[in-house]
Design a binder for this molecule. Sequence first.
Ligand SMILES: C[S@@+](CC[C@H](N)C(=O)[O-])C[C@H]1O[C@@H](n2cnc3c(N)ncnc32)[C@H](O)[C@@H]1O
Length: 391
Amino acid sequence: MQNPSCLPGPGRQDGLFTLECQYAPFPFVLCIRAWSPSYERWSLVTSSPTLRSVQSGYKLVKVASGAHSVHSLAYRETFHPVIGPAAEAEALYVRQIRLLERLRAHQGEFVMWDVGLGAAANPLTVLRAVEGTRCREGSPSPRPSPPGEGEPPIQPPHVPGSSRREEAHSNLAGKDQSLLTSAATGPIRFVSFDQTIESLKFALKHARELEFVEGYESELEKLIQDGRISFKRGSQEVKWELHLADFPRLLGSDVAKDLPKPHVIMFDAFSPATNPAMWTLPLFTRLFSLLDPERPCVLPTYSRSTMLRVTLLLAGFFVGVGHATGEKEETTIAANRLDLVEEPLGRRWLQRVRRSTSAEPLREPVYRQAKLSEETWERLEGHGQWREVFT
Ligand SMILES: C[S@@+](CC[C@H](N)C(=O)[O-])C[C@H]1O[C@@H](n2cnc3c(N)ncnc32)[C@H](O)[C@@H]1O
């Protein structure tokens, strides 16, 4: 980003406003300053509210739920829109995959890849769930688990006059807390990936507003400084490492072969339209090839796009409808075993794919929309998922 450049306006001599423009690839930030002839200096009248954050590339936004989220100015995307970071992470990466149940049944290290660490809402929400606490922002998943299985849905009691946040928080004191306590028997190992650490630094500066960060500041600072950290929360052992690199490039390198094999992949890049490099078929094919076939692995992600689902299927995953998050009626879940997918895509979805105008996977890191080619259709039709689902 270049230094702000002051463009004196025509009104400089007579005290009228002038505009100061700060150049960055985007956004274009305006600052209105006034020239005071008597003091012979400029004073700031107003600026676009994002000015302070522009210098870091991020700003804080309040989403519809009332929670705060981080917004990337470069990508023009809010990390967790509508329901907020903790609520989205809890719906996608805790409840939907019955994480606590799985952790309780698991022996040894449990590996969670965190693709797109960003402000760390996903690993921190997992940790809070394991600890049996939630940040005040957290709201219940709108979609209950089937009766008798996994964690029961959290229905916040109605407390007249209290805010939704207070309700979610007060709920902690009840039965949820005992249900969520001491989930894991072995260490949890987070393997986080991002190309920048700036959003995490930004989140640390705004720990109070972001809430999910609060209480983890020293761990995050050490992670930033050393690239890895081990710590204990209660009886839970946590190992956390950060790979600061371009994810597609890292995945394609030999280093990727030595990464611990994941049980869960929290896939949270920006949207395909703005971040196409993170959603290509070569990337997911490589990701699938790096999995241990003997290690059941699930990959939930917020997108429900046909293009993504075709991509995941062609890469080798089994793919199903993912739980709603409150923002989206549907998300996507992929896995290397069909029994990990509660609601696999079936015949109706397959019929619709052929009509979709945006189904062909991206092969290059360039976004475009296209109908399925004949060749892709043939490959898709041959996927083992249909044999299992249709019989
Ligand atoms: C939606 S944000 C992730 C939000 C994050 N999971 C959180 O909880 O705050 C997407 C993240 O993907 C990262 N990202 C985008 N392209 C990437 C790339 N090519 N390699 C690695 N990380 C990338 C961005 O830097 C950003 O932090």
